[in-house]
Design a protein around this ligand. Structure first.
Ligand code: SF4
Ligand code: SF4
Length: 471
């Protein structure tokens, strides 16, 4: 291939009018072939889908191990109970997921889309079912064109029956994370869902049925908001599925063993296009419809092996690597991914700290400001603290709330027991009195301690200030 033709190719394929953009007017029937990236997809899907479908059946003590108890306003995660007051942990979890996604995108483009996105995974399952029921891609194209007859009705009915089973299982599993999995199945079979359960069941069912059964790659191309914003996270060092046009062009058909010096390595077999789940011809350059699933790499490697050429005509690499302007270490060692990885690590550590040092009780304190202190008739100084105490244990519990830190200090709660139900938040007013003679400064540190009577190891300390007259 001459250098003149190479530069023509770059200009031509930097022009977006050469992208393969399926506007939904053609149905993609991708071929399925075995290969390295196909196996990776299976492994990733298994590692994500099996936990999703099976986790609700795990129990922890006498309850479901993972449960979003909306009426009880708490989230169970095995031994850990997350209350609304712990929302910071959930917020950090969401931040972690987003930034991890950004980091993955900066390093490897739409790798999440091609392997881990629910839309892609369920589409893969739905098309697998389609293949079982209606045959190979070629047979499905024929079936689409065929007039309705007994065979077409039988195949379509079988496909829709299996789709219904998959989407029902998905929807019930989703509901099971909120209502309890056995209640979710029982409620469906006995038609005893409440209105919220019916709404969520139908919404999830329809969403999966339509988006992964019919709309498919159009979601990735046009609907998904993440697909719209990812361009700002990638650069010319991001690795994507790339056709090596230096090697491949000019493309042309030939037989095995037949060498033709005027042609590149691409034998124009079109297999990379026919296996693509989004209908992209990656030889036209990197484009928005490519979800980096890698199955065209499997396809092309297979062809290269058959025609006796080196594998990797299509491979994961960055634009700079393709043009010999950088080495592979730039995939990770550049500011953008390092920045995302630093935030991801910090967020992860924050989540771990939050989960493992989460207290079973909590206290919120507001010092009365008006007045800041009161001079009592017995010549003591009184400060008032408005507190909210919270029992985040799984049972009713008794507590004491004590103040300490200044000689002669007494409070209205000395010797009193505070009883709280599980999850209960209670307002408690603490009146602390100190003999005026014991106050050496205008403000002195004071410690409020909320402690469980049943288990003194469970306590929460709050540091505050005790105010008195100016000195
Ligand atoms: S072009 Fe290749 S990597 Fe991109 S979506 Fe199609 S098959 Fe997957
Ligand atoms: S699979 Fe490889 S050889 Fe066949 S058309 Fe695609 S790039 Fe060319």
């Amino acid at each position: 291939m001459s250098s003149e033709k190479k530069s023509d190719y770059i200009i031509e394929h930097d022009d977006y009018t050469h992208w393969d953009i399926n506007l939904g007017d053609k149905k993609v029937h991708a071929r399925r072939i075995p290969g390295r990236f196909r196996n990776i997809r299976w492994a990733v899907m298994a590692s994500l889908l099996l936990p999703f479908f099976l986790a609700p059946y795990l129990t922890w003590g006498d309850r479901q191990a993972i449960l979003f108890d909306i009426p009880g306003r708490k989230f169970y995660l095995f031994d850990i109970t997350i209350w609304p007051q712990d929302l910071i942990i959930l917020a950090l979890l969401m931040l972690f997921a987003f930034v991890l996604l950004f980091a993955m995108t900066a390093i490897a483009g739409r790798i999440f889309c091609g392997n881990m996105c629910p839309q892609t995974m369920w589409t893969d399952l739905m098309t697998l079912i389609e293949r079982w029921a209606e045959g190979s891609a070629r047979q499905r194209i024929k079936l689409d064109a065929m007039p309705w007859n007994a065979e077409k009705i039988r195949k379509r009915a079988l496909k829709h029956l299996m789709w219904i089973i998959l989407c029902t299982t998905t929807s019930v599993t989703f509901l099971g994370y909120f209502s309890g999995i056995y209640d979710a199945w029982y409620g469906l079979f006995t038609l005893q869902y409440n209105v919220y359960e019916w709404v969520s069941f139908i919404l999830v069912f329809v969403l999966f049925y339509v988006s992964t059964g019919y709309v498919r790659e159009q979601v990735c191309n046009w609907i998904c908001p993440y697909a719209r914003i990812q361009a700002v996270m990638t650069d010319k060092d991001t690795i994507t599925t790339t056709y090596d046009y230096h090697r491949g062009e000019p493309r042309g058909r030939r037989k095995k063993g037949q060498d033709n010096d005027s042609l590149g390595d691409c034998v124009d077999c079109n297999l990379c296009v026919s296996v693509c789940p989004t209908g992209v011809d990656i030889r036209n350059g990197n484009q928005i419809g490519c979800i980096n699933c890698g199955v065209c790499i499997d396809a092309c490697d297979d062809i290269m092996e058959k025609v006796g050429k080196e594998k990797g005509l299509i491979r994961f690499m960055s634009y700079h690597e393709l043009e010999n302007q950088s080495t592979t270490h730039r995939r990770f060692l550049r500011p953008r991914p390092l920045f995302y990885i630093a935030i991801t690590t910090a967020t992860f550590l924050g989540i771990m700290y939050g989960l493992f040092f989460k207290s079973d009780i909590d206290i919120n304190v507001r010092h009365e400001r008006s007045p800041l202190y009161t001079l009592m008739s017995d010549r003591s100084i009184q400060n008032v603290f408005h507190t909210i105490i919270l029992n985040k244990t799984e049972h009713a519990a008794k507590f004491t709330l004590e103040a300490s830190g200044i000689d002669g200090l007494i409070s209205n709660l000395d010797g009193k027991i505070l009883e709280l139900k599980t999850g209960e938040a209670k307002k408690v007013t603490l009146r602390v009195k100190v003999p005026q003679k014991n106050l050496t400064q205008e403000r002195q540190p004071i410690t409020l301690t909320l402690r469980s009577i049943d288990n003194p190891e469970i306590f929460k300390v709050y540091e505050s200030m005790f105010f008195g007259p100016k000195r």
